[in-house]
Design a protein around this ligand. Structure first.
Ligand SMILES: Cc1cc2nc3c(=O)[nH]c(=O)nc-3n(C[C@H](O)[C@H](O)[C@H](O)COP(=O)(O)OP(=O)(O)OC[C@H]3O[C@@H](n4cnc5c(N)ncnc54)[C@H](O)[C@@H]3O)c2cc1C
Length: 591
């Protein structure tokens, strides 16, 4: 079982040395959120994550929440950690000031989310869902609803859920059936079954505020007929027709109760206007998709730490150039190039992904805080493009990284006691919920790229070109040259796919995943150019920590030599297109 160490140095590198958040936030009018404050937040949350939360990861996996007669009980340590989390004010960080929040910019409080996800992702999901609900309610709720619910949601005294999925309606929300009937008192009576609801019922808080998608009686068919309702578990201190029928037995995130929820004439309050449900929910889902990307990053970091530690401890075989530790009967497996290949793959991808996700949050902060309309517009365009990429790329990678970490452990990785197999099981769901990664790819290509005529891609390409145009250290220049060619190819592929989709809409689904992965590969290459440039400048200046910066350049070089070429196969797949996916008959599939 591994201890978790918060990656303080990595966060400092990305936030302060690469993104220069202190300067960025000062330009956005938040100079009081300076480097010292951000570091203090990271340090305090690191202590909480390492000492209180990390041990719960394993415990939640072994002793999952139980459901008896609709009452869900979580491990006692989950409850005490949550009480401490609220008492210390962590849930309030991003909440609106008018309702008791600290209204900190994302760049100051999102790193806390990364650490919580690494330490105990299943536990973290409870508070993460509430943060999304606060955002949706603050943006779309009436003053009456905000006054009644936001203070307790912001403080963490009450928790929240997202209730979208039904037995027959998962990806396809257009066919959801839950009904909301208007009542004489101006409220609504909500009836229906929601499945797979994370933290749908539990005893962490005395009340749970469900955000439920449902249809009004006269609503049109399809997504335009979906409205959003706030349905409390308890209303005015009384039960409100919301029941947990059961909790699922599942592959991973055992610590998070996944509930079948029954709403029986439960009193609900309409949020925003009738038919506006999906738009409201998208506020929450966008946030949640970035949050799931952060879960992926957290899991990748934890997998990297476990695999690295094991590779230095486990003695097997000898280094091919002669014994490294002749006094022992074998060398640590780190001497084997294939083990280093696995570790370097995790390191090179995870470090670039960390920059990508915080860059996206920087755009979110620009969008919220900037007084410059053009800057806000540009940030919105880029952030919208990056959300599905962050969600899919970081979660696909988390599963790959957890699996590689297990492989580094050999047979012991497959045995429960090391704890690494839990990372693999926990990582798998992140590729599915908040919209499967296939759906993220369709969203990227169909809505974010082609619907606005490729404008977002063009702006992304210009932004990248501008950032690497000057002052690039010599060691990084070959990477820049290769990126320049790839950017031209990205524009060309976008035009090619756009033209094909106009002829045949099925082309979209045929190439969307390859397109997303291609874009991810380019963006991670850009991240390595930015990180490599900073590292090279530090080394040239002869500052301390040379080994740290040399390792950065080594990981960047690994990325460009070993991982960057994957884009060529992806480009070939995109060019080949839908012709490679014929509709074989049932007989042909079973022959
Ligand atoms: C542990 C867990 C926790 C969850 N938490 C929540 C929660 O808190 N709240 C909530 O509302 N839901 C939750 N979900 C539900 C989750 O969001 C859905 O499972 C997910 O959106 C996929 O829906 P589905 O399972 O019905 O799969 P389906 O929609 O049946 O999809 C099956 C496959 O078909 C593909 N597919 C479907 N439609 C298309 C299409 N149009 N084009 C291309 N491919 C398509 C999918 O990508 C997938 O590979 C949770 C699920 C799990 C397992």
């Amino acid at each position: 079982m591994y201890e978790y160490r918060a990656p303080r140095r990595e966060l400092s590198f990305v936030l302060h040395e690469v993104l220069e958040v202190e300067r960025v936030l000062a330009n956005l009018g938040r100079s009081e959120v300076n480097r010292a404050l951000i570091d203090e937040i990271i340090e305090e949350s690191a202590k909480f994550s390492e000492t209180v939360l990390s041990p719960l990861n394993w415990q939640g996996d072994r002793e999952p929440p139980r459901c008896v007669d609709g009452v869900v009980t979580v491990p006692a340590a989950f409850k005490s950690a949550y009480t401490q989390y609220c008492r210390d004010g962590w849930p309030t960080m991003g909440g609106p000031a008018a309702y008791g929040g600290q209204a900190l910019p994302s760049l100051a409080h999102v790193p806390v989310g990364e650490l919580l996800c690494s330490a105990a992702m299943a536990w973290r999901m409870a508070s993460g869902l509430s943060e999304g609900a606060v955002l949706a309610l603050a943006r779309h709720g009436s003053d009456e609803l905000k006054n009644a619910y936001l203070p307790k949601l912001v403080s963490g005294e009450w928790a929240s859920t997202m209730c979208l999925t039904e037995p027959q309606a998962g990806t396809d929300l257009a066919i959801l059936k839950t009904r909301a009937e208007p009542a004489a008192d101006g409220r609504f009576r909500v009836t229906g079954t929601k499945i797979y609801i994370s933290w749908g019922e539990h005893d962490l808080t005395e009340n749970i505020i469900h955000l439920v998608l449902a249809r009004l009686p006269d609503a049109p068919a399809g997504v335009k007929g979906i409205s959003l309702f706030l349905v409390p578990k308890r209303l005015d201190g009384q039960p409100n027709g919301v029941h947990c029928r059961s909790i699922e037995h599942k592959m991973g995130i055992h610590g998070s109760p996944t509930c079948v929820m029954q709403f029986e004439q439960a009193t609900g309050f309409l949020i925003d206007k009738p038919g506006g449900g999906l738009a409201c929910m998208f506020t929450m889902m966008n946030q949640a998709r970035l949050g799931v990307g952060l879960q992926g990053l957290g899991l990748s970091e934890r997998a990297l730490q476990a695999a690295t530690q094991y590779a230095f401890e486990r003695l097997q075989g000898r280094a091919s150039k002669g014994a490294l530790q002749p006094d022992k009967n074998a060398d640590p497996i780190m001497v084997h190039a294939d083990v280093r290949r696995m570790l370097m793959t995790i390191k090179a991808q995870t470090e670039a992904q960390r920059l990508l996700v915080y860059y996206t949050y920087l755009l979110e902060d620009t969008l919220t805080l900037s007084t410059d309309a053009a800057a806000r517009e540009g940030a919105a365009l880029l952030a919208t493009l990056l959300v599905p990429i962050v969600k899919a790329e970081l979660t696909d990678a988390a599963f790959e990284h957890a699996s590689l970490a297990l492989q580094v452990h050999g047979g012991s990785g497959f045995i429960r006691d090391t704890g690494v197999e839990q990372y693999v099981r926990d990582a798998r769901i992140t590729m599915i919920y908040e919209g499967t990664n296939g759906i993220q790819a369709l969203d990227l290509l169909g809505r974010k790229v082609l619907m606005n005529g490729g404008a977002a891609v063009q702006l992304m390409i210009q932004t990248i070109q501008h950032s690497v145009a000057t002052d690039v250290p010599a060691v990084v220049q070959p990477w820049v040259a290769s990126l320049a060619k790839a950017l031209a190819e990205w524009a060309e592929l976008t035009a090619l796919v756009g033209g094909r989709v106009r002829q045949d809409p099925e082309e979209l689904g045929a190439v969307a995943v390859d397109y997303l992965k291609y874009a991810s590969c380019l963006l991670l290459g850009w991240c390595w150019i930015r990180m490599g440039s900073v590292a090279a400048r530090h080394l040239a200046a002869g500052e301390s920590e040379a080994p740290y910066y040399q390792a950065k350049l080594a990981a960047g070089a690994f990325y460009f030599e070993r991982l960057w070429p994957k884009r060529l196969a992806l480009a070939a797949g995109i060019r080949a297109g839908g012709a490679t996916l014929p509709r074989l008959s049932a007989e042909q599939w079973s022959a």
